[in-house]
Design a protein around this ligand. Structure first.
Ligand code: CP
Length: 359
Protein backbone atom coordinates (compact mmCIF):
# COMPACT_ATOMS: atom_id res chain seq x y z
CA UNK A 1 0.00 0.00 0.00
CA UNK A 2 1.25 3.50 -0.86
CA UNK A 3 2.38 5.53 2.16
CA UNK A 4 0.81 9.00 2.40
CA UNK A 5 3.40 10.76 4.59
CA UNK A 6 5.89 11.50 1.75
CA UNK A 7 3.13 13.63 0.19
CA UNK A 8 3.39 16.06 3.13
CA UNK A 9 6.09 18.39 1.87
CA UNK A 10 5.60 21.13 4.52
CA UNK A 11 5.55 20.66 8.33
CA UNK A 12 1.89 20.09 9.26
CA UNK A 13 0.39 22.89 11.37
CA UNK A 14 -2.84 22.48 13.38
CA UNK A 15 -5.64 24.51 11.79
CA UNK A 16 -6.42 27.90 13.30
CA UNK A 17 -9.23 28.12 15.85
CA UNK A 18 -12.75 28.66 14.50
CA UNK A 19 -14.84 31.82 14.72
CA UNK A 20 -16.74 32.48 17.91
CA UNK A 21 -14.01 31.61 20.35
CA UNK A 22 -13.13 35.23 21.04
CA UNK A 23 -16.65 36.12 22.15
CA UNK A 24 -17.03 34.81 25.73
CA UNK A 25 -15.56 38.02 27.20
CA UNK A 26 -18.58 40.01 25.97
CA UNK A 27 -20.91 37.51 27.59
CA UNK A 28 -19.04 37.71 30.92
CA UNK A 29 -19.22 41.50 30.90
CA UNK A 30 -22.98 41.52 30.28
CA UNK A 31 -24.00 39.38 33.30
CA UNK A 32 -23.41 40.03 36.99
CA UNK A 33 -22.07 36.94 38.67
CA UNK A 34 -24.52 35.33 41.10
CA UNK A 35 -23.97 31.79 42.40
CA UNK A 36 -27.48 31.38 43.88
CA UNK A 37 -29.31 30.06 40.77
CA UNK A 38 -26.58 27.45 40.30
CA UNK A 39 -26.65 26.38 43.95
CA UNK A 40 -30.25 25.31 43.19
CA UNK A 41 -28.85 22.67 40.82
CA UNK A 42 -26.86 20.92 43.57
CA UNK A 43 -27.34 17.12 43.52
CA UNK A 44 -30.15 17.39 40.94
CA UNK A 45 -30.84 14.96 38.14
CA UNK A 46 -30.95 16.72 34.76
CA UNK A 47 -33.59 15.11 32.58
CA UNK A 48 -35.31 17.94 30.73
CA UNK A 49 -34.67 21.46 29.48
CA UNK A 50 -37.79 22.34 31.50
CA UNK A 51 -35.64 22.26 34.64
CA UNK A 52 -33.87 25.50 33.69
CA UNK A 53 -34.98 29.09 34.05
CA UNK A 54 -33.49 32.36 32.77
CA UNK A 55 -31.33 32.96 35.82
CA UNK A 56 -29.84 29.45 35.79
CA UNK A 57 -29.15 29.59 32.07
CA UNK A 58 -27.50 33.00 32.27
CA UNK A 59 -25.26 32.01 35.18
CA UNK A 60 -24.34 28.70 33.52
CA UNK A 61 -23.37 30.60 30.37
CA UNK A 62 -21.37 33.10 32.39
CA UNK A 63 -19.47 30.38 34.24
CA UNK A 64 -18.90 28.53 30.96
CA UNK A 65 -17.43 31.72 29.51
CA UNK A 66 -15.12 32.07 32.52
CA UNK A 67 -13.94 28.49 31.99
CA UNK A 68 -13.50 29.12 28.26
CA UNK A 69 -11.45 32.28 28.71
CA UNK A 70 -9.46 31.50 31.87
CA UNK A 71 -8.74 27.74 32.05
CA UNK A 72 -5.91 28.46 34.52
CA UNK A 73 -8.54 29.33 37.15
CA UNK A 74 -9.83 25.75 37.19
CA UNK A 75 -8.55 24.21 40.46
CA UNK A 76 -9.57 20.57 39.86
CA UNK A 77 -12.73 20.82 42.01
CA UNK A 78 -13.78 17.26 41.11
CA UNK A 79 -10.56 15.54 42.17
CA UNK A 80 -11.48 12.15 43.62
CA UNK A 81 -14.94 12.13 42.02
CA UNK A 82 -15.93 9.47 39.49
CA UNK A 83 -18.23 9.98 36.52
CA UNK A 84 -19.99 6.95 34.99
CA UNK A 85 -20.36 7.75 31.31
CA UNK A 86 -22.94 5.27 29.93
CA UNK A 87 -23.64 5.70 26.22
CA UNK A 88 -25.93 2.99 24.86
CA UNK A 89 -26.20 4.79 21.50
CA UNK A 90 -23.42 6.24 19.30
CA UNK A 91 -21.97 9.63 20.19
CA UNK A 92 -18.94 11.69 19.27
CA UNK A 93 -19.58 15.08 20.83
CA UNK A 94 -21.76 14.48 23.86
CA UNK A 95 -19.73 11.65 25.37
CA UNK A 96 -16.34 13.15 24.63
CA UNK A 97 -17.28 16.67 25.68
CA UNK A 98 -18.79 15.43 28.96
CA UNK A 99 -15.68 13.34 29.59
CA UNK A 100 -13.41 16.23 28.62
CA UNK A 101 -15.37 18.52 30.96
CA UNK A 102 -15.11 16.08 33.88
CA UNK A 103 -11.38 15.51 33.24
CA UNK A 104 -10.74 19.26 33.03
CA UNK A 105 -12.40 19.61 36.44
CA UNK A 106 -9.98 17.01 37.82
CA UNK A 107 -12.27 13.97 38.10
CA UNK A 108 -11.95 10.35 36.97
CA UNK A 109 -14.22 8.49 34.53
CA UNK A 110 -15.58 5.01 33.92
CA UNK A 111 -17.00 4.75 30.43
CA UNK A 112 -19.49 2.27 28.97
CA UNK A 113 -19.94 2.55 25.22
CA UNK A 114 -21.76 -0.72 24.59
CA UNK A 115 -24.62 -2.07 26.71
CA UNK A 116 -23.71 -5.56 25.49
CA UNK A 117 -20.57 -5.33 27.65
CA UNK A 118 -22.72 -5.00 30.80
CA UNK A 119 -25.31 -7.16 32.55
CA UNK A 120 -27.97 -5.62 30.29
CA UNK A 121 -26.90 -8.26 27.75
CA UNK A 122 -27.94 -10.89 30.34
CA UNK A 123 -31.30 -9.30 30.93
CA UNK A 124 -30.32 -7.20 33.95
CA UNK A 125 -32.86 -4.48 34.65
CA UNK A 126 -32.00 -0.80 34.39
CA UNK A 127 -33.04 -0.39 38.02
CA UNK A 128 -30.43 -2.95 39.08
CA UNK A 129 -27.81 -1.27 36.91
CA UNK A 130 -28.66 2.06 38.55
CA UNK A 131 -28.36 0.45 41.98
CA UNK A 132 -24.82 -0.66 41.08
CA UNK A 133 -23.95 2.77 39.68
CA UNK A 134 -24.77 4.20 43.13
CA UNK A 135 -21.85 2.21 44.56
CA UNK A 136 -19.29 2.86 41.86
CA UNK A 137 -19.54 6.53 40.92
CA UNK A 138 -20.64 10.01 41.94
CA UNK A 139 -22.66 10.93 38.85
CA UNK A 140 -24.03 9.24 35.72
CA UNK A 141 -24.34 10.65 32.22
CA UNK A 142 -26.55 8.39 30.13
CA UNK A 143 -27.68 8.19 26.52
CA UNK A 144 -30.24 5.59 25.55
CA UNK A 145 -32.42 5.28 22.47
CA UNK A 146 -35.29 4.26 24.75
CA UNK A 147 -36.79 7.50 26.00
CA UNK A 148 -38.09 5.80 29.17
CA UNK A 149 -34.74 4.30 30.23
CA UNK A 150 -33.53 7.32 32.17
CA UNK A 151 -36.84 7.53 34.02
CA UNK A 152 -36.56 3.83 34.96
CA UNK A 153 -33.10 4.49 36.40
CA UNK A 154 -34.14 7.58 38.38
CA UNK A 155 -36.22 5.43 40.72
CA UNK A 156 -33.19 3.49 41.91
CA UNK A 157 -30.59 6.25 41.67
CA UNK A 158 -29.05 7.94 44.71
CA UNK A 159 -26.51 9.85 42.60
CA UNK A 160 -27.34 12.51 39.98
CA UNK A 161 -28.15 11.30 36.48
CA UNK A 162 -27.82 13.56 33.44
CA UNK A 163 -29.80 12.91 30.27
CA UNK A 164 -27.40 12.90 27.30
CA UNK A 165 -30.20 12.15 24.83
CA UNK A 166 -33.19 9.86 25.43
CA UNK A 167 -34.64 8.62 22.17
CA UNK A 168 -36.62 11.30 20.34
CA UNK A 169 -37.54 13.03 23.59
CA UNK A 170 -34.88 15.45 24.83
CA UNK A 171 -31.20 16.39 24.82
CA UNK A 172 -31.12 19.17 27.41
CA UNK A 173 -27.37 19.70 27.62
CA UNK A 174 -27.10 20.03 23.83
CA UNK A 175 -29.66 22.82 24.12
CA UNK A 176 -27.48 24.47 26.78
CA UNK A 177 -24.58 24.37 24.31
CA UNK A 178 -26.82 25.85 21.59
CA UNK A 179 -27.94 28.73 23.80
CA UNK A 180 -24.37 29.34 24.95
CA UNK A 181 -23.36 29.76 21.29
CA UNK A 182 -26.25 32.16 20.61
CA UNK A 183 -25.52 34.25 23.70
CA UNK A 184 -21.81 34.44 22.89
CA UNK A 185 -22.77 35.73 19.47
CA UNK A 186 -25.23 38.33 20.84
CA UNK A 187 -24.98 38.71 24.67
CA UNK A 188 -27.67 41.40 24.66
CA UNK A 189 -30.28 38.75 23.81
CA UNK A 190 -30.19 37.71 27.48
CA UNK A 191 -31.48 41.07 28.69
CA UNK A 192 -35.12 41.75 29.62
CA UNK A 193 -35.63 44.49 27.07
CA UNK A 194 -34.08 43.66 23.73
CA UNK A 195 -34.68 46.61 21.34
CA UNK A 196 -36.93 45.55 18.45
CA UNK A 197 -34.15 46.18 15.95
CA UNK A 198 -31.82 43.78 17.79
CA UNK A 199 -34.26 40.86 18.10
CA UNK A 200 -33.27 37.94 15.94
CA UNK A 201 -35.21 35.71 13.58
CA UNK A 202 -34.30 32.04 14.00
CA UNK A 203 -34.90 29.38 11.39
CA UNK A 204 -35.01 25.79 12.56
CA UNK A 205 -34.58 23.31 9.75
CA UNK A 206 -35.96 20.19 11.37
CA UNK A 207 -38.94 18.47 12.94
CA UNK A 208 -39.64 19.57 16.53
CA UNK A 209 -41.84 16.54 17.18
CA UNK A 210 -39.10 14.03 16.41
CA UNK A 211 -35.73 15.66 17.01
CA UNK A 212 -34.59 15.69 20.64
CA UNK A 213 -32.10 18.51 20.06
CA UNK A 214 -34.80 20.74 18.59
CA UNK A 215 -37.32 19.82 21.29
CA UNK A 216 -34.94 20.86 24.07
CA UNK A 217 -33.66 23.94 22.25
CA UNK A 218 -37.16 25.32 21.71
CA UNK A 219 -37.89 24.91 25.42
CA UNK A 220 -34.83 26.99 26.31
CA UNK A 221 -35.57 29.60 23.64
CA UNK A 222 -39.05 29.94 25.14
CA UNK A 223 -37.41 31.26 28.32
CA UNK A 224 -36.25 34.31 26.31
CA UNK A 225 -39.20 35.19 24.04
CA UNK A 226 -38.14 38.86 24.05
CA UNK A 227 -34.95 37.89 22.18
CA UNK A 228 -36.62 36.27 19.19
CA UNK A 229 -38.55 38.20 16.57
CA UNK A 230 -39.83 34.95 15.11
CA UNK A 231 -39.03 31.23 14.97
CA UNK A 232 -39.49 29.77 11.48
CA UNK A 233 -39.76 25.98 11.39
CA UNK A 234 -38.60 24.87 7.95
CA UNK A 235 -39.46 21.35 6.89
CA UNK A 236 -41.05 19.34 4.13
CA UNK A 237 -42.49 16.89 6.67
CA UNK A 238 -46.04 16.78 7.99
CA UNK A 239 -46.90 16.71 11.68
CA UNK A 240 -44.11 19.03 12.77
CA UNK A 241 -45.20 19.28 16.41
CA UNK A 242 -46.07 16.70 19.04
CA UNK A 243 -49.30 17.06 20.97
CA UNK A 244 -49.35 20.32 22.92
CA UNK A 245 -45.80 21.27 21.89
CA UNK A 246 -46.59 24.30 19.74
CA UNK A 247 -49.22 25.55 22.17
CA UNK A 248 -46.73 25.38 25.04
CA UNK A 249 -44.07 27.31 23.10
CA UNK A 250 -46.48 29.96 21.85
CA UNK A 251 -47.96 30.21 25.34
CA UNK A 252 -44.49 31.11 26.58
CA UNK A 253 -44.31 33.92 24.01
CA UNK A 254 -42.47 32.48 20.99
CA UNK A 255 -43.87 33.55 17.62
CA UNK A 256 -43.79 30.46 15.41
CA UNK A 257 -44.27 30.20 11.64
CA UNK A 258 -43.93 27.20 9.37
CA UNK A 259 -42.27 27.19 5.94
CA UNK A 260 -41.48 24.51 3.39
CA UNK A 261 -38.96 26.61 1.46
CA UNK A 262 -35.48 27.02 2.92
CA UNK A 263 -34.17 29.39 0.24
CA UNK A 264 -37.08 31.79 0.53
CA UNK A 265 -36.71 31.92 4.34
CA UNK A 266 -32.90 32.28 4.47
CA UNK A 267 -32.45 35.96 3.49
CA UNK A 268 -34.38 37.03 6.62
CA UNK A 269 -32.82 34.62 9.10
CA UNK A 270 -30.19 35.72 11.62
CA UNK A 271 -29.69 32.22 13.01
CA UNK A 272 -30.14 29.02 11.04
CA UNK A 273 -30.28 25.87 13.16
CA UNK A 274 -30.15 22.82 10.92
CA UNK A 275 -30.31 19.11 11.64
CA UNK A 276 -31.61 16.22 9.60
CA UNK A 277 -31.17 13.24 11.91
CA UNK A 278 -33.63 11.78 14.39
CA UNK A 279 -32.64 8.68 16.36
CA UNK A 280 -35.41 6.14 16.40
CA UNK A 281 -34.77 2.80 18.12
CA UNK A 282 -31.44 1.36 17.02
CA UNK A 283 -31.04 3.48 13.91
CA UNK A 284 -31.73 6.96 12.61
CA UNK A 285 -34.14 8.62 10.23
CA UNK A 286 -33.12 11.38 7.86
CA UNK A 287 -35.78 14.07 7.91
CA UNK A 288 -35.47 16.91 5.44
CA UNK A 289 -32.25 15.81 3.76
CA UNK A 290 -33.41 17.78 0.70
CA UNK A 291 -33.15 21.05 2.61
CA UNK A 292 -29.46 21.83 2.22
CA UNK A 293 -27.12 24.70 3.03
CA UNK A 294 -23.99 25.62 1.09
CA UNK A 295 -22.09 28.76 0.10
CA UNK A 296 -24.57 29.01 -2.78
CA UNK A 297 -27.49 29.45 -0.35
CA UNK A 298 -28.99 32.96 0.03
CA UNK A 299 -27.73 33.41 3.61
CA UNK A 300 -28.13 36.82 5.24
CA UNK A 301 -24.74 38.55 5.69
CA UNK A 302 -23.63 38.17 9.31
CA UNK A 303 -26.03 35.31 10.01
CA UNK A 304 -24.83 32.25 11.87
CA UNK A 305 -25.41 28.56 11.29
CA UNK A 306 -25.76 26.15 14.19
CA UNK A 307 -25.89 22.38 13.89
CA UNK A 308 -25.78 19.81 16.71
CA UNK A 309 -23.77 17.54 14.39
CA UNK A 310 -23.17 14.86 13.12
CA UNK A 311 -23.84 16.44 9.75
CA UNK A 312 -24.91 14.91 6.54
CA UNK A 313 -25.60 16.32 3.09
CA UNK A 314 -27.75 19.11 4.60
CA UNK A 315 -24.66 21.14 5.63
CA UNK A 316 -21.97 21.50 3.00
CA UNK A 317 -18.36 21.56 4.16
CA UNK A 318 -17.80 24.56 1.88
CA UNK A 319 -19.41 26.66 4.65
CA UNK A 320 -16.74 25.67 7.17
CA UNK A 321 -14.41 28.53 6.26
CA UNK A 322 -17.11 31.22 6.19
CA UNK A 323 -18.39 33.72 8.75
CA UNK A 324 -21.55 31.62 9.03
CA UNK A 325 -19.78 28.70 10.67
CA UNK A 326 -20.71 28.82 14.32
CA UNK A 327 -21.34 25.08 14.51
CA UNK A 328 -17.73 24.32 15.38
CA UNK A 329 -17.70 27.02 18.07
CA UNK A 330 -21.03 25.55 19.29
CA UNK A 331 -19.44 22.10 19.63
CA UNK A 332 -16.34 23.54 21.32
CA UNK A 333 -18.46 25.54 23.80
CA UNK A 334 -20.27 22.34 24.80
CA UNK A 335 -17.25 21.39 26.91
CA UNK A 336 -17.38 24.61 28.91
CA UNK A 337 -21.15 24.73 29.44
CA UNK A 338 -20.98 21.10 30.61
CA UNK A 339 -18.15 22.05 32.97
CA UNK A 340 -20.42 24.76 34.39
CA UNK A 341 -23.30 22.30 34.80
CA UNK A 342 -21.12 19.61 36.41
CA UNK A 343 -19.64 22.17 38.81
CA UNK A 344 -23.16 23.16 39.85
CA UNK A 345 -24.52 19.65 40.35
CA UNK A 346 -21.48 18.55 42.36
CA UNK A 347 -21.91 21.53 44.71
CA UNK A 348 -18.59 23.11 43.80
CA UNK A 349 -19.99 26.50 42.82
CA UNK A 350 -18.69 28.52 45.75
CA UNK A 351 -15.31 26.83 45.46
CA UNK A 352 -15.07 27.76 41.78
CA UNK A 353 -16.50 31.27 42.05
CA UNK A 354 -14.33 32.05 45.07
CA UNK A 355 -11.53 33.40 42.88
CA UNK A 356 -9.28 36.41 43.51
CA UNK A 357 -11.60 38.30 41.18
CA UNK A 358 -14.57 37.45 43.46
CA UNK A 359 -13.21 37.21 47.04
N1 CP B 1 -24.80 16.72 19.31
C1 CP B 1 -24.75 15.40 19.59
O1 CP B 1 -25.56 14.86 20.33
O2 CP B 1 -23.73 14.74 18.96
P1 CP B 1 -23.30 13.25 19.27
O3 CP B 1 -24.42 12.36 18.78
O4 CP B 1 -22.02 13.02 18.56
O5 CP B 1 -23.16 13.10 20.76
Amino acid sequence: MKKLSPLLKEPVQPKAATDGIERPIGLIDSITENPDPLVDLASRHIVSARQFDCAKLMQLCRLAAVYETTPALVQAPLRGKILISAFYEPSTRTRLSFESAWHRLGGDIMSITDPASTGIAKGESLQDVAEMFNNYGDMVVIRDSNEHAIYDMLEASRIPIINAGNGTDEHPTQALADMYAIFKWRPELMTDKVPAARRVRVGIVGVPARMRTVRSLLLLMALFPQAFEEVVIISDNDDLFSEGQRKELEGAGLKIRESTSLDSALPDLDVVYINSIAWVGDTYEELGANLQLSTGSPLKPGSIILHPLARGAELSTDLDDTEHNWYFAQARGAVFIRMALLTSITQRIHQVMDTPENP
